[in-house]
Design a protein. Sequence first.
Lengths: 429, 408
Amino acid sequence: MTDIRHLKRLAAVQSMNGVGPLTPAAFPGNHCPMHTALGLGTRIKNVSTLVVGTAECGYYSRNLPLASPFPEREQGLHWTYVLDGREVVFGFRDGLISAVKEMDAAGAKVILLLITCVPELIGEDIESVRREIQPQISARLLYIPLGNFKYGSYQPGYWQTLLAMGKLIKKTARKTGTVNILGRSPGEDHIPRPELIALLARHHIPLRFIAPDASIEDFAAAGGARMNLVLSPFLEPLAEWMREEHGVPFFSLHSVYDADEIRGAYRSVGELAAIETDIVFQEAYRQAKKLQEAAKSLFGGKCYIGANIGAIQPFPLAAYLSGLGLSPVMLNTEDFYPSDKAWKDRLVRQNENPVLCLLLNEQADGAVIKELGADVILGDWGGRAETAPPTAQIMDLYGYIGYERTAALLNRIVAALPRKEGDSHNGTV
Amino acid sequence: MGLYKTAPPLSGRMGALWSLASVRDAAVIEFGCMGHMVYGRTFLHRMGVHGGHLYSTHLGETDIAMGDTSRLFKTVRYLMDEERPNTIFLLPSSVPEIIGVDLDALSRELSAQFPETRFFPVSAGGFGLRGHQGVEQTLLQLAGKLPKDSDKTQTPTFNIIGSCADMFRFGPDAAELSRLMEGAFHVKPLCVMTSDAGVAELERMGGAHMNLVIRREGEAAAQALQKRFGTPYLSARPYGIQGTGDWLRKIESLCGIGIDGVFLEKETAKTVEELLPLRAILQRFLRAHPEESALTLAGHTDVVSGIADFAEAEFGFRQCRRYCDCPDTQTSDMPYLGDKEKRAAADETRGFLMGSGELLRMAKRDGRMQIAYPDDMWRHNYEPPFAGFRGAVHLASLWVNEVFSSKL
């Protein structure tokens, strides 16, 4: 079954409504956004959550608070409001208000209202309920709409929650020298500290890490920062909002791959932080340029399918690879971020118009992908062990930025592509 | 249903899914948002449930707004091309329940398009239904629709009704009961409904000589089978030496086959021998520490009753506090284990506690004392049972280990 005529191309897609599954039966599919919103909520100290929905939502998600890394006193309250048949018909406003007041009385400081499919569908006006009860309670109440039917995956659970957490940021006229690092934890060690962040640290520039294990206080103080460096797409909507609301400029480093663009971004960061970056990264820049040139000669006329690449965003990656001659023919698109409109326009300007799809059934999707005849598959898929087409795994590059990521990305793709006689290897490429 | 500070009770839809997920040679399709099935499948795998193929159609905003059901038809077409299951269970889901999707009507349409496949719309979709009702309705539906007309098997056979995923250690318990039946009566199971059954076994259920109902939710199904096939049934769940012996003797009366006395005598003697040192240690401890002699049990009503009776009668626990995990089955002797009761049970540091993984974690107690869900562990079907003679030894060892690990 290789018929993909039911899918739309990028130029015709405005939102996730336009992105269909490659094959029809989800087996099992992607997690809903409530899962990640709750997972995030349980990892921010002193944040409480109220999942509003069905018994399925409440029961299955209990493992997340059970696995919270924080001791009970810092854990926050993680409760569930399950709708009954009467509330589905007549609304659940009174019950919700009563539940929130009980959480407030129990000591919650910040309550994330995680509103799932059913309450989203029946149209209860949660925002008006929030506005009505906020003055009556001391806890800060944040509404996060998470209806699964609006989305293709878990990703909005992250960015919607982090965006909502932005409401906790205090207004301040005085900017400090601190740089916010959005999308990385201070103690994170499974991914080496990116080169730029290490440079800032060497210059004793105060860093504030905004990531799942940040505290409420970190969020509250984030508005006084000199700039935001965005390492994860999940934080990009928050960065955009902070620019508008708090005047904090941001640099989206997770979406920059091209060596010149990286140099430009680093230079801009360096100017704001009053440090020099060109010379420091001269060798890394030179290496990345060299790799790009070599890749260009190999990529020309070839095409790829973007499979499951996790949190790496498919459109910025496609725009970059397209510039090197590797054209995207189909992209697994798990979410349509607010910023994706600009990436879509850029890809269309580059004469790229890939088919967009959701990969929800590894076995069935794998068979289709295999038959589509791309030169290489980027990311995980059902044919990961196949040699035709070959696979370049890149999911683990999430969290990396800059020249080091570009080098790793290009080396992996080049290594995966079949070689013709006469292709130069040139060291790494 | 309201506010829950801990795990809420299951929905009827979950009860239905957990009953159907193990049925081999069948597929389950949830016409709904995929998040439920992603969660559900992971939970079921963790509980040791394998067999059925679990799919979701997912739903988008446009499908909801337009009442578009084409995703279901496409999913069925895919399954027909790839797997050709002879039975497809159509699982109700919350969003289609709200927008009024008629699974019965869709099932009829699908049957017309795919006449070689049986479509089975599951009824337990309503928002008022709890997990136990979902299990009950699903078992009844299965017993009502799948069994074919048949004569009794030439050699006696039996069905176990009610071995479903929501019962912690469902697989080991059913295996122990089957072992006892084979030893005591030289009979084999025809269908273990549903944890070890394929569509073919469910179709052959009418040929059994007796039905052993091991939970109250299976009784309606057994009654339906009795009405249609004249199959007698026993509704009981055996725990302990006395309880298991009584259970076998009731089956003897029910089916008219004499117990193999040698087997029963050997099993009883072996169990008594193995329990002897365990009983000596535990009873000495309970006598010396009367403040520790209470056993709190929380889980399925039938499980809690069975273990509590065994603990009191055969081990001398002075008090068994019993809690059930379903608000609809609570009685004055066995209240529902709500948030407040969970907290109180977890805060009690004295005595023994057996309950869900969640409750034991709240109490910071040994997870081996688990007799109910939810938990966050991966389970398999090779763990020891609670029911039957072997279950008696297992339970006693848990209590004694609890003494040594946290009471001395």
